[in-house]
Design a protein around this ligand. Structure first.
Ligand code: FUL
Length: 690
């Protein structure tokens, strides 16, 4: 059933591919091998996710199912903006949450009232899936559908009748919106919910409740070109985490029959794929550009940084996986400006990294060649259907890449001709030096694509050796690149004792800094080589400079107040130290609403700051506060009373200034927390500068 071949509009490359596979001189496949629809999907590589439903309007991640459709009311919804962003970012498609766990439908389904048709959006006449389908078509990208099998709204969830509902809805989605490239079935299944008013917990047998075979058949019938995603595939599998990374050893082969959607041990046992897996079910890494899948204004300052996104790119696409990056569309119905900025930075950087393929200037010689049509130089082009292969039975083999003079490189890309199965189990990369060959990398799997991130290497000879494989290797592409350094501003940390550390994501980049506010450069400023102490208040201005090109990042200036080395929290809970450890990632929950800190000496203070907890799930943010000072711990003077008005939306560092006062002790009283729960803090500090 899964090998059904769709003869409709097969692209030329597939024609050539099947010709190549049928060539009697070609190596025999090593099973399992991909189906044609999987091969088409492999070419997509990078596409986007849209999470936008009723949760966007309740600030939740998992709606309960009892939400009123009347709250679904985007003010400026523009699906064309989503499609444009995806297209410009280099994504090949968008997958939309047509129905999430809460059951609210983004299309006017005939089978439920819980949909856009009962919302104020377009007076109930809107069809978001239709709009997105048109936008994707206009931008020339694909459309995919996320459909949650779990439905916390539907009265019949858990019964047979719900299965009919699911199939009816899928029939609508798969028939009315043109060609789809992927159908995404979420593995989260069963639990508490509204269920038409029952408000109870409904557990389902994850193995037996959904008749997957007949659901897949329905998908095949209505969307023969679409791949089906699920923990167990059948076509594309979950990568086992929501951080967007695959693994240094990632097989596209999976013991598919041992896996079912939502199985607890999936991530640990199956997500990496298996060398002896029975079916071709390649990995797809999903991750949100923010901590949440849905939009929360309080995460506006937590959009992933360029270095984080780039790391995700290399750890997914660079490790034999597709990459699915989520945009939590906001209440206007738009991809937020900050998310757009970050995704565009990523696409610019990827283009830069792979702009010039240095393999083009090299001469290639293989240790073994299968004969005409399988020569080493077949790895030069970007055509999947041409590849270098060795004779049957010859596994141990290599390709030498020779340049007329030394080159510098730091990325090495390899692709297997996966139409014949994933074959390589172990390989190495060497460069020739004055002392002979030097190994610079040992790897395991390659698969559809492997990209090695390396230090800068200078050489005129590179050797890729296949050390172990299931059968003679078939390599369709090798690439050599000299990616420009990622020149992001350094990250500066200072701990409680005043020790300053600076970090940057790449080697080959230096950090220069000044303490007098002037712009650092190689000639003006210190090079950062090791942590140093800064106990007093001060300003650090830092910059990253590429050793090769002398290009630099933007300058970063960070102000520090006095270090907290002599401070003591007056409380016997050992965790209370977390609020003065200068580590934003450690918190303390105070059973009382006030906390006092001994500063260890008399200090002139001009204000204070409060950093609320920075984790994904938090509460107890101080809304109304009082800040007091004391010379002796007995008599207290109120220095400031006020509120942090928008702290729940924007939980960043809050700074309050007041008339200069001398204090030995300080006290922060939480007069009211935002959600009424016990007060939480990441950090408390004082300001001493005017
Ligand atoms: C998970 C869901 O529970 C999340 O809400 C989100 O949709 C993510 C992509 O998949 O399983």
């Amino acid at each position: 059933m899964y090998n059904m071949i769709n003869a409709k509009k097969l692209p030329l490359f597939l024609f050539l591919l099947s010709w190549a596979c049928k060539d009697p001189s070609a190596p025999s496949p090593v099973y399992p091998i991909p189906t044609e629809r999987q091969l088409i999907w492999h070419k997509l590589e990078y596409y986007g996710f849209i999470h936008f439903n009723i949760n966007t309007f309740t600030d939740m991640e998992w709606g309960k199912g009892d939400e009123n459709p009347a709250i679904f009311d985007p003010s400026a919804l523009d699906t064309r903006q989503w499609a444009k962003v995806a297209k410009e970012a280099g994504m090949k498609g968008l997958i939309i949450t047509a129905k999430h766990h809460d059951g609210f439908c983004l299309w006017p389904s005939k089978y439920t009232e819980h949909s856009v048709k009962n919302s104020p959006w377009k007076d109930g006449n809107g069809d978001l899936i239709k709009e997105l389908a048109e936008s994707c078509k206009a931008e020339g990208i694909g459309l995919g559908i996320y459909y949650s099998p779990w439905d916390r709204n539907h009265a019949d969830y858990g019964d047979e009748a719900y299965i009919d509902y699911m199939k009816n809805q899928l029939t609508e989605l798969l028939s009315n919106y043109g060609e789809l490239f992927e159908i995404w079935f979420d593995g989260a299944n069963g639990g508490t919910g509204y269920y038409g008013g029952a408000n109870e917990e409904r557990k389902v047998d994850k193995r037996g409740y959904y008749p997957w075979e007949s659901i897949y058949e329905l998908v095949r019938k209505l969307q023969p070109n679409a791949v089906i995603f699920g923990d167990a595939g059948p076509d594309v599998r979950w990568v086992g985490n929501e951080e967007g990374h695959a693994y240094p050893s990632t097989w596209s082969n999976l013991m598919r029959d041992s896996v079912y959607a939502g199985m607890p041990e999936y991530s640990e046992k199956y997500a990496r794929g298996q060398e002896n897996g029975s079916h071709w079910v390649p990995a797809e890494a999903d991750v949100s550009i923010r901590p949440g899948w849905y939009y929360h204004a309080y995460e506006d300052h937590k959009v992933k940084s360029l270095s984080h996104l780039l790391d995700i790119y290399y750890k997914s696409i660079g490790q034999n996986s597709a990459l699915l990056i989520n945009f939590p569309v906001d209440r206007r119905g738009l991809i937020h400006e900050s998310d757009v900025d970050q995704i565009m930075k990523l696409s610019t950087k990827i283009k830069e990294d792979f702009e010039i393929d240095l393999i083009k200037n090299a001469k290639l010689v293989a240790s073994n060649e299968r004969g005409k049509g399988y020569e080493a130089d077949k790895v030069l082009d970007n055509e999947w259907e041409t590849y270098w292969a060795t004779e049957d039975g010859v596994v141990n083999s290599s390709i030498e890449i020779t340049y007329p003079q030394k080159i510098r490189f730091n990325r090495f890309l390899i692709q297997e001709f996966i139409a014949l199965g994933q074959r390589v189990k172990s390989f190495s990369l060497e460069i020739q030096t004055d002392e002979g060959w030097q190994e610079i990398h040992q790897g395991t799997t390659i698969g559809a694509k492997s990209i090695l991130r390396l230090d800068d290497h200078y050489t005129d000879k590179i050797r890729l050796s296949i050390l172990d494989a299931k059968a003679s290797p078939a390599i369709s592409k090798v690439g050599v690149f000299d990616a420009p350094k990622l020149l992001v501003q350094p990250v500066i940390h200072r701990d409680k004792e005043g020790k300053v550390r600076m970090e940057i994501p790449e080697s080959g980049v230096d950090i220069y800094y000044t303490l007098d506010g002037t712009i650092p450069s190689k000639s003006n400023g210190e090079q950062y080589t090791a942590p140093f102490i800064l106990k007093n208040a001060g300003k650090i201005t830092a910059i990253s400079i590429d050793q090769n090109s002398d290009n630099s990042s933007e300058t970063l200036t960070q102000n520090f107040d006095i270090a907290k080395s002599n401070w003591r929290v007056i409380h016997d809970d050992p965790n209370s130290i977390n609020i003065i450890d200068d580590d934003p990632n450690t918190n303390w929950t105070n059973p009382k609403n006030e906390v006092s800190i001994d500063l260890g000496e008399l200090i002139h203070i001009t204000g204070f700051d409060y950093l609320p907890p920075q984790g994904r799930y938090f509460g107890g943010l101080i809304f109304k506060y009082k800040f007091s000072g004391s010379l002796d711990g007995k008599n207290w003077h109120d220095l400031a009373i006020g509120e942090f008005s928008n702290i729940h939306n924007n939980p960043i560092r809050q700074e309050v200034r007041f008339e200069k006062a001398q204090s030995r002790l300080i006290k922060l009283t939480s007069l009211e927390t935002w959600d009424g729960t016990a007060t939480q803090y990441a950090e408390i500090g004082v300001l001493t500068q005017e």
